[in-house]
Design a protein around this ligand. Structure first.
Ligand code: NCD
Ligand code: ZN
Length: 345
C-alpha cells in the first residue's frame, strides 16, 4: 500500500498552553486534526466554566485563518470543584471532560486532588450526565518507584474509584504499561485509554542510554521495552478501548535543558507520519483510522469527522527540528527512524 485515505483524525489529549506558545503550537495540530481534547493544566488551571469559556475564546482567536479546528474544553478537577458550575458547563456543550491530576503527579498539577473522598459527589454527578473523567494515572507517593506508579495507581486509586462510582466514564490518559493496556481492555464500555505517539516509539533506554536525553523525558515516563510492545499491540489491535491522545506537551528548550527540566514531548508536528510508520511496521495500516479517527468519537459520543486526510508513502519526509515560538524554540520529537509517509490534508 502506498496511499491511505482516512477520516480526519482527532487528538484526545493535547496541551496547547496559552499566549505566545499557543499561537505557535496550535497551527501544528490544526494542520491535520479536526478536534482535540484540550488539557486544562495552565497556570492557574482551568477550573470553572468561565475559565474554560475564556480559554476557548483565546484558542479560537489563535487559530490560523480558514482553520475549522475545534477545541474540546475540559475542567481541571480540584477538591473545591463546584458541581453546579460543572453541570452547567457540560449542559451547554462547553466542556467534554474533566481532568483528574493526583496532586504533584506532573507539570502544573499542584492544585490536583489529594483526598479522593472529597471529589466523590462531583464524580457521581459526572456519571449521571455521562461526562467522562480523564485520569492522569500515577500515584505520587515518595516510596513508590516512578516506573511502578501507573500500575500501583490502577490498583490503589482507579479500580476503587470505578467501583465506588458505577457508571462513571473514565479515560486512562497516556497509558505506558502492559498493566494499563490490559486493565483498559477489560473495563467494558465505560473505560477507554489514550496512547501517545511517542510511547509507541521510545522505551526508557532512549531517555538514559548514552547520555541523558531531556527531549524524551515525559510523564508518565517511558517504561521497559516489553511495555512499549504491549502498547503497540494495543494501538494496532483495532480494539475500540484504545484511541490516540498525543499528549503533545510543548516546553521551550530553555525549560527542557535544565538541571531539573520539564516533562513533555512535543509531537504535534510529525505525529501522523510517525503513526503511519508504526502501523505499517506492525502490518496494521488498516487499523490506523480506528485508532486516530473512530474510537475516540465513539467513546465521547461525538460524530466522526466527515472529511479526510491522505497519507502517501514515498521518499523519507523531514520535519523541522524545532519550531519557533515567541517564548523560544521548542524541539520537535525525533522518532530516530526515517518517516516515509507524508500527509496531505
Ligand atoms: C504534560 C505537560 O507538560 O503539561 N507533561 C508530560 O510530560 N506529559 C503534563 C502531563 O500530561 O502529564
Ligand atoms: Zn498531558
Amino acid at each position: 500500500m502506498t496511499e491511505l485515505t482516512i477520516r480526519r483524525p482527532d487528538d484526545w489529549h493535547l496541551h496547547l498552553r496559552d499566549g505566545e506558545m499557543l499561537k505557535a503550537v496550535l497551527p501544528e495540530t490544526a494542520r491535520h486534526f479536526a478536534r482535540a481534547i484540550i488539557m486544562p493544566n495552565l497556570v492557574p488551571p482551568v477550573v470553572t466554566g468561565k475559565d474554560a469559556a475564556e480559554y476557548r475564546d483565546r484558542i479560537m482567536a489563535a487559530k490560523p485563518d480558514g482553520s475549522k479546528f475545534q477545541p474540546l474544553m475540559t475542567l481541571y478537577l480540584t477538591e473545591e470543584t463546584d458541581v453546579r458550575d460543572l453541570r452547567a458547563a457540560a449542559e451547554i456543550g462547553l466542556i467534554h471532560a474533566v481532568k483528574l491530576y493526583p496532586a504533584g503527579a506532573t507539570t502544573n498539577s499542584a492544585s490536583g486532588v489529594r483526598d479522593f473522598t472529597k471529589v466523590k459527589r462531583v464524580l457521581e454527578n459526572m456519571a449521571q450526565i455521562g461526562l467522562p473523567l480523564c485520569v492522569h494515572g500515577e500515584v505520587t507517593d515518595d516510596e513508590i518507584d516512578i516506573f511502578d506508579r501507573e500500575a500501583v495507581f490502577i490498583e490503589r486509586v482507579l479500580d476503587p474509584i470505578r467501583r465506588d462510582v458505577p457508571g462513571l466514564k473514565v479515560v486512562m490518559e497516556h497509558i505506558t504499561t502492559k498493566d494499563g493496556a490490559d486493565y483498559a481492555r477489560e473495563g467494558g464500555d465505560n473505560l477507554g485509554a489514550t496512547i501517545t505517539t511517542h510511547h509507541l516509539v521510545i522505551n526508557r533506554n532512549h531517555i538514559l542510554v548514552g547520555g541523558i536525553k531531556p527531549h524524551y523525558y515525559c510523564l508518565p515516563v517511558a517504561k521497559r521495552e516489553e511495555h512499549r510492545l504491549a502498547l503497540r499491540r494495543a494501538a494496532t489491535s483495532g480494539d475500540p478501548s484504545y484511541f490516540l491522545g498525543t499528549d503533545s506537551a510543548p516546553h521551550t528548550d530553555a525549560n527542557k535543558l535544565l538541571p531539573c527540566g520539564c516533562a513533555g514531548c512535543f509531537t504535534a508536528t510529525n505525529t501522523m507520519s510517525i503513526l503511519a510508520e508504526v502501523f505499517e511496521q506492525e502490518n496494521a495500516l488498516d487499523k490506523l483510522e480506528g485508532f486516530a479517527a473512530l474510537h475516540g468519537p465513539a467513546f465521547y459520543g461525538l460524530p466522526v469527522n466527515q472529511d479526510t486526510i491522505t497519507l502517501t508513502k514515498g521518499d523519507p519526509v523531514t520535519y523541522p527540528e524545532k519550531i519557533e515560538t515567541g517564548d523560544g524554540p521548542v524541539t520537535v520529537f525525533d522518532p530516530q527512524m526515517p518517516l516515509h509517509w507524508s500527509v496531505s490534508a
